[in-house]
Design a protein around this ligand. Structure first.
Ligand code: NDP
Ligand code: 2IT
Length: 439
Protein backbone atom coordinates (compact mmCIF):
# COMPACT_ATOMS: atom_id res chain seq x y z
CA UNK A 1 0.00 0.00 0.00
CA UNK A 2 2.87 2.41 0.65
CA UNK A 3 3.83 2.02 -3.03
CA UNK A 4 0.30 3.02 -4.08
CA UNK A 5 0.04 5.79 -1.49
CA UNK A 6 3.29 7.31 -2.71
CA UNK A 7 2.52 7.07 -6.42
CA UNK A 8 -1.14 8.14 -6.17
CA UNK A 9 -0.86 10.57 -3.28
CA UNK A 10 -4.13 11.84 -1.88
CA UNK A 11 -6.31 9.54 -4.00
CA UNK A 12 -8.28 8.09 -1.10
CA UNK A 13 -10.99 6.28 -3.03
CA UNK A 14 -8.32 4.63 -5.16
CA UNK A 15 -6.31 3.57 -2.08
CA UNK A 16 -9.48 2.10 -0.58
CA UNK A 17 -10.27 0.01 -3.66
CA UNK A 18 -6.68 -1.25 -3.98
CA UNK A 19 -6.48 -2.06 -0.28
CA UNK A 20 -9.67 -4.13 -0.43
CA UNK A 21 -8.36 -6.24 -3.32
CA UNK A 22 -4.81 -6.44 -1.94
CA UNK A 23 -6.01 -7.76 1.43
CA UNK A 24 -7.13 -10.93 -0.38
CA UNK A 25 -4.69 -11.11 -3.28
CA UNK A 26 -1.43 -10.54 -1.38
CA UNK A 27 -1.86 -13.55 0.94
CA UNK A 28 -2.96 -15.64 -2.05
CA UNK A 29 0.15 -14.84 -4.13
CA UNK A 30 2.54 -15.26 -1.18
CA UNK A 31 3.53 -18.74 -2.41
CA UNK A 32 3.06 -17.97 -6.09
CA UNK A 33 6.32 -16.48 -7.26
CA UNK A 34 5.17 -16.11 -10.89
CA UNK A 35 2.66 -13.39 -9.87
CA UNK A 36 4.78 -11.95 -7.09
CA UNK A 37 8.04 -11.61 -9.02
CA UNK A 38 6.27 -10.09 -12.03
CA UNK A 39 4.68 -7.53 -9.63
CA UNK A 40 1.34 -8.04 -11.34
CA UNK A 41 -0.79 -6.39 -8.66
CA UNK A 42 1.47 -3.30 -8.45
CA UNK A 43 1.39 -3.00 -12.25
CA UNK A 44 -2.41 -2.96 -12.14
CA UNK A 45 -2.29 0.04 -9.81
CA UNK A 46 -0.68 2.12 -12.56
CA UNK A 47 -3.23 2.66 -15.40
CA UNK A 48 -2.03 2.09 -18.98
CA UNK A 49 -2.89 5.77 -19.41
CA UNK A 50 -5.01 8.41 -17.74
CA UNK A 51 -6.26 11.28 -19.87
CA UNK A 52 -7.80 14.55 -18.83
CA UNK A 53 -9.07 17.33 -21.05
CA UNK A 54 -10.93 20.65 -21.08
CA UNK A 55 -14.65 20.67 -21.87
CA UNK A 56 -16.20 24.06 -22.69
CA UNK A 57 -19.90 24.55 -23.29
CA UNK A 58 -22.54 27.31 -23.33
CA UNK A 59 -25.55 27.29 -21.01
CA UNK A 60 -28.99 28.47 -22.16
CA UNK A 61 -28.16 32.05 -21.14
CA UNK A 62 -25.11 32.14 -23.37
CA UNK A 63 -22.70 31.89 -20.44
CA UNK A 64 -19.56 29.82 -21.01
CA UNK A 65 -18.75 26.96 -18.61
CA UNK A 66 -15.55 25.02 -18.17
CA UNK A 67 -15.38 21.41 -16.93
CA UNK A 68 -12.75 18.71 -16.90
CA UNK A 69 -13.24 15.46 -18.84
CA UNK A 70 -11.37 12.22 -18.10
CA UNK A 71 -10.75 8.72 -19.40
CA UNK A 72 -8.69 6.30 -17.32
CA UNK A 73 -7.67 3.32 -19.48
CA UNK A 74 -6.52 0.89 -16.84
CA UNK A 75 -5.78 -2.35 -18.67
CA UNK A 76 -6.52 -4.01 -22.01
CA UNK A 77 -4.95 -7.32 -20.96
CA UNK A 78 -8.03 -9.42 -21.68
CA UNK A 79 -9.89 -7.21 -24.16
CA UNK A 80 -10.47 -3.61 -25.27
CA UNK A 81 -10.84 -0.98 -22.54
CA UNK A 82 -14.43 -1.06 -21.28
CA UNK A 83 -16.33 0.85 -18.61
CA UNK A 84 -18.78 3.65 -18.03
CA UNK A 85 -18.77 7.43 -18.03
CA UNK A 86 -19.87 9.31 -14.91
CA UNK A 87 -21.09 12.91 -14.90
CA UNK A 88 -21.18 14.14 -11.30
CA UNK A 89 -19.54 17.06 -9.46
CA UNK A 90 -17.60 14.60 -7.24
CA UNK A 91 -15.73 13.10 -10.23
CA UNK A 92 -11.95 13.37 -10.04
CA UNK A 93 -9.00 11.16 -10.98
CA UNK A 94 -9.14 9.21 -7.72
CA UNK A 95 -12.82 8.30 -8.18
CA UNK A 96 -12.24 7.22 -11.79
CA UNK A 97 -9.12 5.23 -10.93
CA UNK A 98 -11.00 3.35 -8.20
CA UNK A 99 -13.85 2.66 -10.62
CA UNK A 100 -11.47 1.50 -13.38
CA UNK A 101 -9.60 -0.71 -10.88
CA UNK A 102 -12.84 -2.37 -9.74
CA UNK A 103 -13.92 -2.69 -13.37
CA UNK A 104 -10.77 -4.72 -14.10
CA UNK A 105 -11.80 -7.62 -11.84
CA UNK A 106 -15.51 -7.25 -12.56
CA UNK A 107 -15.01 -7.50 -16.31
CA UNK A 108 -12.76 -10.53 -15.86
CA UNK A 109 -15.46 -12.22 -13.75
CA UNK A 110 -18.02 -11.90 -16.57
CA UNK A 111 -16.03 -14.42 -18.61
CA UNK A 112 -16.14 -12.04 -21.60
CA UNK A 113 -13.05 -10.50 -23.27
CA UNK A 114 -13.34 -7.03 -21.70
CA UNK A 115 -10.50 -4.82 -20.49
CA UNK A 116 -11.16 -1.99 -18.05
CA UNK A 117 -11.57 1.79 -18.14
CA UNK A 118 -13.69 4.52 -16.60
CA UNK A 119 -14.27 8.14 -17.53
CA UNK A 120 -16.49 11.10 -17.08
CA UNK A 121 -16.53 14.67 -15.91
CA UNK A 122 -17.12 16.89 -12.90
CA UNK A 123 -20.07 18.33 -14.87
CA UNK A 124 -23.29 18.45 -12.79
CA UNK A 125 -26.30 17.56 -14.97
CA UNK A 126 -28.85 18.39 -12.22
CA UNK A 127 -31.20 21.17 -13.25
CA UNK A 128 -29.72 21.44 -16.76
CA UNK A 129 -31.99 21.56 -19.82
CA UNK A 130 -31.83 18.95 -22.59
CA UNK A 131 -30.11 21.52 -24.82
CA UNK A 132 -27.42 22.15 -22.19
CA UNK A 133 -26.86 18.40 -21.72
CA UNK A 134 -26.58 18.02 -25.49
CA UNK A 135 -24.02 20.83 -25.82
CA UNK A 136 -21.98 19.41 -22.96
CA UNK A 137 -22.03 15.87 -24.43
CA UNK A 138 -21.04 17.16 -27.87
CA UNK A 139 -18.13 19.13 -26.46
CA UNK A 140 -17.02 16.15 -24.31
CA UNK A 141 -17.07 13.78 -27.29
CA UNK A 142 -15.21 16.29 -29.49
CA UNK A 143 -12.12 15.33 -27.50
CA UNK A 144 -12.95 11.81 -26.30
CA UNK A 145 -13.51 10.46 -29.84
CA UNK A 146 -9.77 10.35 -30.59
CA UNK A 147 -9.11 7.98 -27.69
CA UNK A 148 -11.90 5.41 -28.21
CA UNK A 149 -13.05 2.96 -30.88
CA UNK A 150 -15.01 -0.31 -31.18
CA UNK A 151 -11.84 -2.40 -30.78
CA UNK A 152 -9.96 0.07 -28.57
CA UNK A 153 -12.15 1.50 -25.83
CA UNK A 154 -15.94 1.31 -25.54
CA UNK A 155 -17.50 3.66 -22.96
CA UNK A 156 -21.04 3.27 -21.56
CA UNK A 157 -23.22 4.93 -18.89
CA UNK A 158 -22.82 5.33 -15.15
CA UNK A 159 -24.08 7.96 -12.68
CA UNK A 160 -25.54 10.91 -14.61
CA UNK A 161 -25.09 9.18 -17.98
CA UNK A 162 -28.13 7.29 -19.26
CA UNK A 163 -29.90 6.76 -22.57
CA UNK A 164 -30.26 10.50 -23.30
CA UNK A 165 -26.55 11.25 -22.81
CA UNK A 166 -25.40 8.14 -24.73
CA UNK A 167 -27.57 9.34 -27.64
CA UNK A 168 -25.93 12.77 -27.72
CA UNK A 169 -22.44 11.28 -27.30
CA UNK A 170 -22.96 8.71 -30.05
CA UNK A 171 -24.48 11.31 -32.38
CA UNK A 172 -21.36 13.46 -32.02
CA UNK A 173 -18.98 10.51 -32.50
CA UNK A 174 -20.83 9.54 -35.68
CA UNK A 175 -20.74 13.10 -36.98
CA UNK A 176 -16.97 13.40 -36.44
CA UNK A 177 -15.92 9.93 -37.64
CA UNK A 178 -18.66 9.26 -40.22
CA UNK A 179 -18.84 5.69 -38.90
CA UNK A 180 -21.70 3.67 -37.43
CA UNK A 181 -19.85 1.30 -35.12
CA UNK A 182 -20.26 -0.16 -31.63
CA UNK A 183 -18.10 2.46 -29.94
CA UNK A 184 -20.50 3.03 -27.04
CA UNK A 185 -22.87 0.65 -25.28
CA UNK A 186 -26.23 1.52 -23.78
CA UNK A 187 -27.31 2.86 -27.17
CA UNK A 188 -30.99 3.25 -28.10
CA UNK A 189 -32.62 0.19 -29.66
CA UNK A 190 -33.18 2.12 -32.91
CA UNK A 191 -29.48 2.66 -33.54
CA UNK A 192 -27.63 -0.48 -32.42
CA UNK A 193 -28.46 -0.78 -28.74
CA UNK A 194 -29.20 -4.07 -27.04
CA UNK A 195 -32.48 -5.11 -25.49
CA UNK A 196 -32.11 -5.43 -21.70
CA UNK A 197 -28.97 -3.26 -21.43
CA UNK A 198 -30.68 -0.65 -19.26
CA UNK A 199 -32.26 -3.33 -17.05
CA UNK A 200 -29.22 -5.61 -16.86
CA UNK A 201 -27.32 -4.21 -13.87
CA UNK A 202 -30.31 -4.12 -11.52
CA UNK A 203 -31.74 -7.43 -12.74
CA UNK A 204 -28.27 -8.97 -12.47
CA UNK A 205 -27.91 -7.91 -8.82
CA UNK A 206 -31.13 -9.76 -8.01
CA UNK A 207 -30.09 -12.85 -10.00
CA UNK A 208 -26.78 -12.92 -8.13
CA UNK A 209 -28.59 -12.53 -4.81
CA UNK A 210 -30.86 -15.45 -5.69
CA UNK A 211 -27.82 -17.64 -6.45
CA UNK A 212 -26.21 -16.66 -3.15
CA UNK A 213 -29.40 -17.39 -1.21
CA UNK A 214 -29.88 -20.74 -2.94
CA UNK A 215 -26.27 -21.69 -2.18
CA UNK A 216 -27.14 -21.20 1.51
CA UNK A 217 -30.57 -22.92 1.32
CA UNK A 218 -32.48 -19.65 1.49
CA UNK A 219 -34.96 -17.98 -0.90
CA UNK A 220 -35.77 -14.38 -1.85
CA UNK A 221 -39.52 -14.69 -1.65
CA UNK A 222 -41.01 -12.81 1.28
CA UNK A 223 -37.74 -11.16 2.35
CA UNK A 224 -37.67 -7.39 2.92
CA UNK A 225 -35.18 -5.41 0.83
CA UNK A 226 -33.85 -1.92 1.59
CA UNK A 227 -32.60 -0.31 -1.63
CA UNK A 228 -30.71 2.97 -1.84
CA UNK A 229 -30.77 5.22 -4.90
CA UNK A 230 -33.56 5.68 -7.42
CA UNK A 231 -31.56 5.67 -10.63
CA UNK A 232 -31.00 3.06 -13.30
CA UNK A 233 -29.59 0.34 -11.04
CA UNK A 234 -31.90 0.89 -8.05
CA UNK A 235 -35.14 0.94 -10.05
CA UNK A 236 -34.36 -2.18 -12.07
CA UNK A 237 -33.16 -4.02 -8.95
CA UNK A 238 -36.45 -3.05 -7.28
CA UNK A 239 -38.45 -4.21 -10.31
CA UNK A 240 -36.81 -7.64 -10.40
CA UNK A 241 -36.92 -8.06 -6.60
CA UNK A 242 -40.68 -7.33 -6.58
CA UNK A 243 -41.18 -9.74 -9.49
CA UNK A 244 -39.38 -12.43 -7.47
CA UNK A 245 -41.70 -11.95 -4.49
CA UNK A 246 -39.48 -9.83 -2.25
CA UNK A 247 -40.78 -6.78 -0.39
CA UNK A 248 -38.96 -3.57 -1.39
CA UNK A 249 -39.36 -1.10 1.48
CA UNK A 250 -37.02 1.81 0.67
CA UNK A 251 -35.63 3.94 -2.15
CA UNK A 252 -33.56 7.11 -1.85
CA UNK A 253 -31.77 9.92 -3.63
CA UNK A 254 -29.18 12.45 -2.53
CA UNK A 255 -31.94 14.34 -0.65
CA UNK A 256 -33.17 11.50 1.57
CA UNK A 257 -34.97 8.16 1.86
CA UNK A 258 -38.57 7.04 1.49
CA UNK A 259 -39.79 4.12 3.59
CA UNK A 260 -42.92 2.23 2.53
CA UNK A 261 -43.44 -0.57 5.02
CA UNK A 262 -46.26 -2.09 2.92
CA UNK A 263 -43.71 -2.58 0.16
CA UNK A 264 -43.61 -1.03 -3.30
CA UNK A 265 -45.67 -2.73 -6.00
CA UNK A 266 -45.30 -2.46 -9.78
CA UNK A 267 -47.69 0.49 -9.93
CA UNK A 268 -45.81 2.51 -7.33
CA UNK A 269 -42.52 1.64 -9.01
CA UNK A 270 -43.81 2.76 -12.42
CA UNK A 271 -44.73 6.08 -10.80
CA UNK A 272 -41.20 6.47 -9.36
CA UNK A 273 -39.66 5.54 -12.72
CA UNK A 274 -41.68 8.26 -14.47
CA UNK A 275 -40.78 10.72 -11.68
CA UNK A 276 -37.07 10.02 -12.08
CA UNK A 277 -36.69 9.49 -15.82
CA UNK A 278 -39.32 11.86 -17.30
CA UNK A 279 -39.93 14.61 -14.74
CA UNK A 280 -36.47 14.29 -13.14
CA UNK A 281 -38.06 15.01 -9.74
CA UNK A 282 -37.07 14.22 -6.14
CA UNK A 283 -37.87 11.00 -4.24
CA UNK A 284 -39.51 13.05 -1.45
CA UNK A 285 -42.52 13.49 -3.79
CA UNK A 286 -43.37 9.80 -3.23
CA UNK A 287 -45.04 10.51 0.12
CA UNK A 288 -47.36 13.10 -1.50
CA UNK A 289 -48.64 10.30 -3.74
CA UNK A 290 -48.51 7.15 -1.58
CA UNK A 291 -48.39 6.16 2.09
CA UNK A 292 -44.93 6.15 3.56
CA UNK A 293 -42.36 8.21 5.40
CA UNK A 294 -39.70 10.53 4.06
CA UNK A 295 -36.46 10.78 6.05
CA UNK A 296 -34.69 13.89 4.84
CA UNK A 297 -30.91 13.65 4.61
CA UNK A 298 -30.98 10.00 5.71
CA UNK A 299 -29.85 6.76 4.06
CA UNK A 300 -32.00 3.59 4.26
CA UNK A 301 -29.70 1.76 6.67
CA UNK A 302 -31.63 2.64 9.84
CA UNK A 303 -34.60 0.60 8.61
CA UNK A 304 -34.90 -3.06 9.67
CA UNK A 305 -34.56 -5.35 6.64
CA UNK A 306 -33.45 -8.82 5.57
CA UNK A 307 -31.41 -7.62 2.59
CA UNK A 308 -29.58 -4.33 2.01
CA UNK A 309 -29.00 -3.38 -1.64
CA UNK A 310 -26.95 -0.21 -1.91
CA UNK A 311 -27.51 1.07 -5.47
CA UNK A 312 -26.57 4.78 -5.30
CA UNK A 313 -22.86 5.55 -4.97
CA UNK A 314 -19.54 4.78 -3.23
CA UNK A 315 -19.07 4.76 0.55
CA UNK A 316 -22.75 4.84 1.39
CA UNK A 317 -22.42 2.20 4.15
CA UNK A 318 -19.95 2.94 6.95
CA UNK A 319 -19.15 0.96 10.09
CA UNK A 320 -22.04 2.51 12.08
CA UNK A 321 -24.48 1.74 9.27
CA UNK A 322 -23.20 -1.84 9.24
CA UNK A 323 -23.73 -2.12 13.00
CA UNK A 324 -27.24 -0.73 12.63
CA UNK A 325 -28.10 -3.07 9.74
CA UNK A 326 -26.87 -6.12 11.65
CA UNK A 327 -28.86 -5.03 14.72
CA UNK A 328 -31.92 -4.64 12.49
CA UNK A 329 -31.70 -8.26 11.31
CA UNK A 330 -29.98 -7.80 7.95
CA UNK A 331 -28.68 -11.15 6.66
CA UNK A 332 -27.50 -10.24 3.16
CA UNK A 333 -25.77 -7.23 1.59
CA UNK A 334 -25.79 -7.16 -2.21
CA UNK A 335 -23.85 -4.31 -3.75
CA UNK A 336 -25.47 -2.70 -6.81
CA UNK A 337 -23.35 0.43 -6.71
CA UNK A 338 -19.56 0.37 -6.96
CA UNK A 339 -17.69 0.25 -3.61
CA UNK A 340 -20.73 1.29 -1.55
CA UNK A 341 -19.37 -0.35 1.61
CA UNK A 342 -16.32 0.92 3.49
CA UNK A 343 -13.67 -1.71 4.18
CA UNK A 344 -14.22 -1.81 7.96
CA UNK A 345 -17.95 -2.27 7.37
CA UNK A 346 -17.27 -5.20 4.98
CA UNK A 347 -15.19 -6.88 7.70
CA UNK A 348 -17.96 -6.29 10.21
CA UNK A 349 -20.57 -7.89 7.93
CA UNK A 350 -18.43 -10.93 7.17
CA UNK A 351 -17.51 -11.42 10.83
CA UNK A 352 -21.17 -11.16 11.84
CA UNK A 353 -22.16 -13.88 9.36
CA UNK A 354 -23.93 -11.51 6.97
CA UNK A 355 -23.70 -12.83 3.40
CA UNK A 356 -21.83 -10.18 1.44
CA UNK A 357 -22.09 -9.97 -2.38
CA UNK A 358 -19.35 -7.59 -3.58
CA UNK A 359 -20.10 -5.14 -6.38
CA UNK A 360 -17.51 -6.55 -8.75
CA UNK A 361 -19.57 -9.76 -8.86
CA UNK A 362 -23.11 -8.64 -8.05
CA UNK A 363 -23.36 -5.65 -10.40
CA UNK A 364 -21.44 -7.18 -13.32
CA UNK A 365 -24.67 -7.84 -15.26
CA UNK A 366 -24.56 -4.35 -16.77
CA UNK A 367 -21.12 -4.60 -18.29
CA UNK A 368 -21.82 -8.20 -19.29
CA UNK A 369 -24.84 -7.02 -21.30
CA UNK A 370 -22.59 -4.30 -22.76
CA UNK A 371 -20.29 -7.10 -23.89
CA UNK A 372 -23.28 -8.76 -25.58
CA UNK A 373 -24.20 -5.41 -27.19
CA UNK A 374 -20.67 -5.32 -28.64
CA UNK A 375 -21.10 -8.86 -29.99
CA UNK A 376 -24.43 -7.92 -31.60
CA UNK A 377 -22.88 -4.79 -33.16
CA UNK A 378 -19.97 -6.81 -34.53
CA UNK A 379 -22.41 -9.31 -36.06
CA UNK A 380 -24.67 -6.46 -37.24
CA UNK A 381 -27.61 -8.31 -35.69
CA UNK A 382 -29.97 -7.93 -32.74
CA UNK A 383 -30.71 -10.82 -30.45
CA UNK A 384 -34.16 -11.33 -28.94
CA UNK A 385 -35.23 -10.25 -25.45
CA UNK A 386 -35.67 -13.89 -24.41
CA UNK A 387 -32.24 -14.91 -25.60
CA UNK A 388 -30.60 -11.97 -23.84
CA UNK A 389 -32.55 -12.62 -20.62
CA UNK A 390 -31.29 -16.22 -20.65
CA UNK A 391 -27.71 -15.03 -21.34
CA UNK A 392 -27.87 -12.56 -18.43
CA UNK A 393 -29.14 -15.19 -15.99
CA UNK A 394 -26.56 -17.72 -17.02
CA UNK A 395 -23.70 -15.16 -16.87
CA UNK A 396 -24.75 -14.18 -13.32
CA UNK A 397 -24.84 -17.87 -12.33
CA UNK A 398 -21.38 -18.37 -13.80
CA UNK A 399 -20.01 -15.34 -11.93
CA UNK A 400 -21.50 -16.73 -8.73
CA UNK A 401 -19.90 -20.11 -9.36
CA UNK A 402 -16.52 -18.54 -10.18
CA UNK A 403 -16.62 -16.78 -6.79
CA UNK A 404 -17.56 -20.00 -4.99
CA UNK A 405 -14.73 -21.87 -6.73
CA UNK A 406 -12.14 -19.63 -5.08
CA UNK A 407 -13.99 -18.74 -1.88
CA UNK A 408 -13.25 -20.34 1.45
CA UNK A 409 -16.16 -20.82 3.81
CA UNK A 410 -16.01 -18.49 6.79
CA UNK A 411 -16.04 -19.81 10.36
CA UNK A 412 -19.86 -19.70 10.26
CA UNK A 413 -19.89 -22.04 7.25
CA UNK A 414 -20.82 -19.21 4.85
CA UNK A 415 -19.17 -18.41 1.52
CA UNK A 416 -16.73 -15.47 1.56
CA UNK A 417 -17.74 -13.96 -1.80
CA UNK A 418 -15.43 -10.98 -1.43
CA UNK A 419 -12.41 -13.27 -1.39
CA UNK A 420 -13.73 -15.48 -4.18
CA UNK A 421 -14.46 -12.51 -6.47
CA UNK A 422 -11.08 -10.90 -5.86
CA UNK A 423 -9.06 -14.04 -6.51
CA UNK A 424 -11.08 -15.27 -9.51
CA UNK A 425 -10.99 -11.81 -11.15
CA UNK A 426 -7.31 -11.24 -10.40
CA UNK A 427 -6.21 -14.63 -11.65
CA UNK A 428 -7.64 -14.21 -15.13
CA UNK A 429 -6.13 -10.76 -15.69
CA UNK A 430 -2.82 -11.76 -14.11
CA UNK A 431 -2.44 -14.85 -16.29
CA UNK A 432 -3.07 -12.76 -19.42
CA UNK A 433 -0.48 -10.20 -18.28
CA UNK A 434 2.11 -12.93 -17.69
CA UNK A 435 1.61 -14.15 -21.28
CA UNK A 436 2.61 -10.74 -22.65
CA UNK A 437 5.91 -10.52 -20.76
CA UNK A 438 6.92 -7.28 -19.12
CA UNK A 439 4.94 -4.32 -20.45
P1 NDP B 1 -28.02 7.04 -11.84
O1 NDP B 1 -27.42 8.34 -12.18
O2 NDP B 1 -29.07 6.46 -12.73
O3 NDP B 1 -28.61 7.04 -10.36
C1 NDP B 1 -27.81 7.35 -9.27
C2 NDP B 1 -28.67 7.35 -8.02
O4 NDP B 1 -27.82 7.44 -6.89
C3 NDP B 1 -29.61 8.53 -7.94
O5 NDP B 1 -30.75 8.17 -7.22
C4 NDP B 1 -28.77 9.56 -7.18
O6 NDP B 1 -29.54 10.54 -6.49
C5 NDP B 1 -28.06 8.67 -6.20
N1 NDP B 1 -26.78 9.28 -5.82
C6 NDP B 1 -25.75 9.59 -6.65
N2 NDP B 1 -24.74 10.15 -5.96
C7 NDP B 1 -25.16 10.20 -4.69
C8 NDP B 1 -24.56 10.67 -3.49
N3 NDP B 1 -23.33 11.20 -3.50
N4 NDP B 1 -25.27 10.54 -2.33
C9 NDP B 1 -26.52 10.01 -2.34
N5 NDP B 1 -27.13 9.54 -3.44
C10 NDP B 1 -26.45 9.63 -4.60
O7 NDP B 1 -26.78 6.02 -11.74
P2 NDP B 1 -26.78 4.43 -11.83
O8 NDP B 1 -28.01 3.88 -11.24
O9 NDP B 1 -26.40 4.06 -13.21
O10 NDP B 1 -25.53 4.08 -10.92
C11 NDP B 1 -25.66 3.84 -9.52
C12 NDP B 1 -24.47 3.06 -9.04
O11 NDP B 1 -24.38 1.82 -9.75
C13 NDP B 1 -23.10 3.74 -9.25
O12 NDP B 1 -22.24 3.36 -8.20
C14 NDP B 1 -22.60 3.11 -10.54
O13 NDP B 1 -21.20 3.16 -10.63
C15 NDP B 1 -23.09 1.68 -10.34
N6 NDP B 1 -23.21 0.87 -11.56
C16 NDP B 1 -23.95 1.30 -12.63
C17 NDP B 1 -24.07 0.50 -13.73
C18 NDP B 1 -24.93 0.86 -14.88
O14 NDP B 1 -25.07 0.03 -15.77
N7 NDP B 1 -25.55 2.03 -14.92
C19 NDP B 1 -23.35 -0.78 -13.83
C20 NDP B 1 -22.68 -1.18 -12.61
C21 NDP B 1 -22.61 -0.35 -11.54
P3 NDP B 1 -29.58 12.04 -7.07
O15 NDP B 1 -30.36 11.93 -8.34
O16 NDP B 1 -30.23 12.83 -6.01
O17 NDP B 1 -28.14 12.43 -7.30
O1 2IT C 1 -19.72 0.11 -13.37
C1 2IT C 1 -20.10 -0.46 -14.41
O2 2IT C 1 -19.92 -1.67 -14.58
C2 2IT C 1 -20.78 0.33 -15.43
N1 2IT C 1 -21.04 1.51 -15.22
C3 2IT C 1 -21.15 -0.29 -16.74
C4 2IT C 1 -19.97 -0.32 -17.65
C5 2IT C 1 -20.25 -0.76 -19.08
O3 2IT C 1 -19.31 -0.64 -19.86
O4 2IT C 1 -21.35 -1.20 -19.40
Amino acid sequence: MSFVQRRSAGQEEFHQAVSEVASDVLPWIRNKSEYRDARVLERLTEPDRSLSFRVCWYDDNGELHLNRGYRVQLTNAIGPYKGGLRFHPSVNESVLKFLAFEQTFKNALTGLPLGAAKGGSDFDPKGRSDAEIMRFCQSFMSELYRHIGPDTDIPAGDIGVGAREIGYLYGQYKRIRNECVGVLTGKGLEYGGSALRSEATGYGVVHFTQCLLKQHDLALEGLSVAISGSGNVALHAAEKAIEMGAKVITLSDSGGTIVDRQGLDTEKLAWVTALKTERRGRISEYVDEFDGEYHEGKTPWQVNCDIAMPCATQNEIDNDDARQLIKGGCRVVSEGSNMPTRNDAIHRFIEAGVLFAPAKAANAGGVAMSGLEMSQNAQKRSWSDDELARCLESIMHEIHDRCVEYAPRTENGLINYRYGANIAGFRKVADAMLSFGVC
